[in-house]
Design a binder for this molecule. Structure first.
Ligand code: AMP
Ligand code: FE
Ligand code: FE
Ligand code: ZN
Length: 281
C-alpha cells in the first residue's frame, strides 16, 4: 500500500506527524508520503516515529501560481531538506500567506463578519503553514459556519468574493527547484475542477521541459473521465502515474490510502531522485 500525499498539523491536516505515522503503520501501509503545504517541518517528528516495515517519503506540497493566475499544487518528494534555495522559496511562500490572510479577513469584516487574525491564530497549531482551512476553523469557532466543508463550498471557495491569492512560484520554477534540490516533482490533482480554473492538456509539456516526473492521477477530486485523460497524458509524456489520498486527518473526508500508487510506478518515480532518500529503519 503506497500513499504518497498526506498532510499533518504542520500545515492544514489535524494529525501530528507522530499520529499520522502511527496510523500508517496500524493500517499496514508500506510507503507513506508526507507533503505539508510549503514546509518541511513535519519531517523530523515523522522520522523519529518511524518503525517496522513502513518507508517514509518526505516532501512538501508547493503552492504555485501560473502566469494566468491559476493555482497549481506541486508535490516535491525526496529532495534534500538542507537545500538553502528551496528552503528560502518555501519560507517566502509561507510569509506571503500572512498578508493574504489579513486581506481575506478584512474583506469579511467589511461585509460584517466578526472575525479577526487573533481568532485564526487561536485555532492554528503552533508552527503550521497558515491556510484557508485555519480561517475556516476560526469561522466555525465563532459560530459563523458549521464546518471546513461548508466554508470551501461558499465563503472560502476560489470563486468567492473573499478569496485572495498569495505570492507563489510558477509551476516551472517550483519543478526546477525541486529537481535542483535532488527530488522528484509530481503535479497534484491537476484536473480537480471544483477548485476553480484548471489546467489544459497543453499546459503539461512546458512542465515536462522544466523536469516534471509524475502526475497524480488517482485522487478523489478527479472524475473517472479526468483520470483517464491524465493517464493518457502521462503515458504520452513518459511520466510516472501516482494515486494518493491527500489525507488531512479530521480536516477533510479523505481517508488514508483511499487512493494508492502502483509499486512499478513508484519504482519509476523514486529512481529519478538524485539519491536514495526514502527513509527506513
Ligand atoms: P490555501 O492553501 O490557504 O489556499 O488553502 C487551500 C487548502 O484548503 C488546500 O490545501 C486544501 O487541502 C484545503 N481544502 C480545499 N477544499 C477543502 C474542503 N472542502 N474541506 C477542507 N479543506 C479543503
Ligand atoms: Fe491542504
Ligand atoms: Fe493540493
Ligand atoms: Zn494536499
Amino acid at each position: 500500500m503506497i500513499d504518497l500525499h498526506t498532510h499533518t498539523n504542520k500545515s492544514d491536516g489535524t494529525d501530528s506527524p507522530r499520529e499520522l505515522v502511527n496510523k500508517a503503520i496500524v493500517q499496514g501501509l508500506t510507503v507513506l508520503g508526507i507533503s505539508d503545504h510549503d514546509t518541511t517541518s513535519s519531517w523530523q517528528e515523522a522520522k523519529q516515529t518511524l518503525r517496522g516495515n513502513l518507508s517514509l517519503v518526505l516532501g512538501s506540497e508547493i503552492s504555485c501560481l501560473t502566469s494566468d493566475g491559476v493555482s497549481v499544487h506541486m508535490l516535491g518528494l525526496l529532495f534534500d531538506e538542507t537545500h538553502a534555495e528551496m528552503q528560502i522559496m518555501l519560507e517566502e511562500t509561507r510569509d506571503g500567506r500572512i498578508p493574504r490572510m489579513r486581506k481575506m479577513i478584512e474583506k469579511m469584516r467589511s461585509a460584517g463578519f466578526d472575525i479577526s487574525m487573533d481568532d485564526v491564530e487561536a485555532v492554528k497549531p503552533v508552527g503550521a503553514t497558515l491556510g484557508r482551512p485555519h480561517l475556516a476553523d476560526a469561522l466555525v469557532s465563532k459560530g459563523i459556519i458549521a464546518s471546513r466543508e461548508e466554508a470551501f463550498n461558499g465563503m472560502l471557495n476560489n470563486d468567492s468574493i473573499f478569496y485572495v491569492s498569495h505570492a507563489a512560484p510558477t509551476p516551472a520554477e517550483a519543478i526546477a527547484m525541486i529537481r535542483r534540490a535532488g527530488g522528484v516533482a509530481v503535479i497534484a490533482h491537476p484536473f480537480a475542477s471544483h477548485r476553480g480554473q484548471i489546467l489544459k492538456p497543453s499546459d503539461f509539456e512546458p512542465m515536462v521541459t522544466a523536469g516534471l516526473n509524475g502526475i497524480e492521477v488517482d485522487h478523489r477530486d478527479q472524475t473517472p473521465e479526468e483520470r483517464a485523460m491524465l493517464r493518457t497524458i502521462a503515458r504520452e509524456l513518459d511520466l510516472a502515474i501516482t494515486g494518493s489520498s491527500d489525507y488531512h486527518g479530521g480536516g477533510k473526508v479523505n481517508l488514508l490510502a483511499e487512493c494508492q500508487t502502483d509499486p512499478l510506478e513508484w519504482e519509476k518515480l523514486e529512481s529519478q531522485a538524485d539519491a536514495r532518500r526514502v527513509v527506513r529503519v
